[in-house]
Design a binder for this molecule. Sequence first.
Ligand SMILES: *[C@@H]1O[C@H](CO)[C@@H](O)[C@H](O)[C@H]1NC(C)=O
Length: 98
Amino acid sequence: MAKSTNAIAIILNLALMLALLHIFPVAESQFFGNGLSTLTPIHVPVCDQVYGVNSGDTCLDVAKNFNLPTDFFNSINPNLNCSALFIGQWLCVDGTVT
Ligand SMILES: *[C@@H]1O[C@H](CO)[C@@H](O)[C@H](O)[C@H]1NC(C)=O
């Protein structure tokens, strides 16, 4: 009687330990999952045509010359600093953003 009770107690303890071991990875993955889902997804632009900046060009000039709405021009030229254009810099003037 006492022996089988001990055996049951050991099994219950093992089950409890296994259950506890599993709580933390689950909690962690939920934490990281929630953390990642709050980040802004990256929309990767694919550039199909580029234009080399000439002396005096501005972003607006280039966008206008290629009949591109400013929003679209900006979306295919991510991280472009239009205040720091340099001659010969390649600007994307046609492409897609997925
Ligand atoms: C863009 O370039 C200008 C001129 O070099 C600089 O003053 C400004 O800080 C830059 N802006 C960003 C967001 O990097």
